[in-house]
Design a protein around this ligand. Structure first.
Ligand code: BGC
Length: 427
């Protein structure tokens, strides 16, 4: 007998993007500067990306046509506040149009206020290790929500606020096991290999920024600045737009201990999740972002390549079951509602993407059946896009993008996810 797995009414079905990865021409951002530095670690610059700044209407219409009812995207701070304290009415008007396009297509927007890239000026002022940054970030959030709040039901303050912590752990593990996925994505592989195992205040993140510190700071000071930025931003958002639900998103690996790796596995989990819990007191939800698992043995993280299992284009293990494990673990430590704000696979074989989504959603359904409060699922990513230092080679998208013509082509996996979304159920 075929069991129909259905999802709660109002469950959000969406796909996600981030401004710098899809909009194109993000010239006032620190990432643009990094991409154009001599000897840049980026394999290519972002350039026009997917030209989504211009083509957002057709992209949103496409998501709606597929059957999705939600879209997670980010507003670019570098566009909204190109110089300290100077807000761009034009940029705010643009994002109003994006939000209006969502509304016109019956799409619920989940808006991220900061997705990795920052205004170049912020990074030059000391960025994510500067004590003024939380107030600066909160002021920007207040400006956005003051203007657009009624169109924003859900706001994520900072995307993967814990990424610096993860990097710190990887660097500490360098020479032992390595998490090549994150290192590759962030272009840290070479630095990590040559660094001392004990991370210090000055680390890989600092060495790459033109000057100052971008979001991937891994110092204790950086942790303090980021968590404070979140709490001040949450308060500012709530004040500007009381009806907007606010949360953060965290990169959460399914950390599994092999015999002898129990203590380190526990430390990794604490660093990526538990340490952030105090800052989330007062939030409305947590955005869970998961791509795979990490196995930890007596010698540290076990490289995915050593497992002999299927690897994705990013070099990490094909392991969609990780999502359910992470949802269960998070739900064991908080009663906040959860959204899966990112989950996905980079592959050229779209049948593997469909299978990844199927297995991941089976896990979400099992978690829901056990009473875990999951409110929505956002696949990463809507479009094949700019995968940071790795450029355009990894293809995470439900929709392919020909960057010569900017033509979009819907993949079968997109139709598969859209079909589930329409039925709010899967066989
Ligand atoms: C980030 C995305 C990135 C994705 C795939 C997440 O860590 O939020 O910006 O593209 O992972 O690596």
């Amino acid at each position: 007998m075929v069991r129909i797995m259905s999802f709660p009414e109002g469950f959000l079905w969406g796909a996600a993007t981030a401004a710098h990865q899809v909009e194109g021409g993000n010239v006032n951002s620190d990432f643009w500067a990094l991409e154009h530095q001599p000897g840049s670690m980026f394999v290519e610059p972002s350039g026009d990306a997917c030209d989504h700044y211009r083509l957002f209407r057709q992209d949103i219409a496409l998501l709606a046509e597929l059957g999705l009812d939600s879209y997670r995207f980010s507003i670019e701070w570098a566009r909204v506040e190109p110089a300290p304290g100077q807000y761009s009415a034009q940029a705010l008007a643009h994002y109003r149009e994006v939000l209006q396009a969502c509304r016109d297509h019956g799409i619920t927007p989940l808006v991220t206020l900061h997705h990795f890239s920052s205004p170049r000026w912020l990074t030059e002022l000391g960025g994510w290790e500067d004590e003024e940054t939380p107030a600066r970030f909160a002021a920007y959030c207040a400006a956005v929500l003051g203007e657009l709040g009624p169109l924003i039901p859900y706001a994520c303050t900072i995307n993967e606020a814990n990424i610096g912590r993860l990097i710190r752990r990887m660097i500490a593990d360098a020479g032992q096991g390595r998490n090549l996925h994150r290192e590759a994505m962030l272009g840290l592989a070479d630095d990590a290999a040559t660094m001392d195992t004990a991370p210090t205040e000055t680390g890989a993140a600092r060495s790459q920024a033109p000057s100052g510190i971008f979001l991937f700071t891994f110092s204790d000071k950086g942790h303090h600045v980021i968590t404070q930025a979140h709490t001040l931003a949450r308060d500012a958002i709530k004040q500007a737009s009381p009806a907007t639900k606010v949360g953060i998103t965290l990169a959460l690996q399914d950390v599994q201990a092999r015999p002898g790796g129990e203590q380190e596995a526990a430390e990794i989990w604490a660093g990526q999740f538990s340490d952030f819990l105090p800052a989330l007191d007062g939030d409305d939800f947590i955005g869970v972002q998961n791509y795979s698992r990490i196995l930890v043995g007596p010698d540290g993280m076990i490289p995915a390549a050593d497992l002999g299992t299927e690897l994705t284009q990013m070099g990490y293990e094909f392991y969609p079951q990780a999502l359910e494990n992470v949802l269960r673990r998070v739900a064991g430590q908080t009663t906040l509602p959860l959204f899966v704000t990112e989950n996905g696979i980079a592959t050229t074989d779209d049948t593997r993407r469909t299978e990844f989504i199927r297995l991941a959603l089976e896990g979400v359904e099992q978690a829901l059946a056990d009473g875990i409060d999951v409110r929505g699922y956002f696949y990463w990513s809507a479009l094949d896009n700019f995968e940071w230092m790795l450029g355009y080679r990894p293809t995470f998208g439900l929709i392919a993008v020909d960057r010569g013509t900017q033509r979009r082509t819907v993949k079968d996996s997109a139709r598969y996810l859209g079909g589930i979304a329409r039925r709010n159920a899967m066989p």
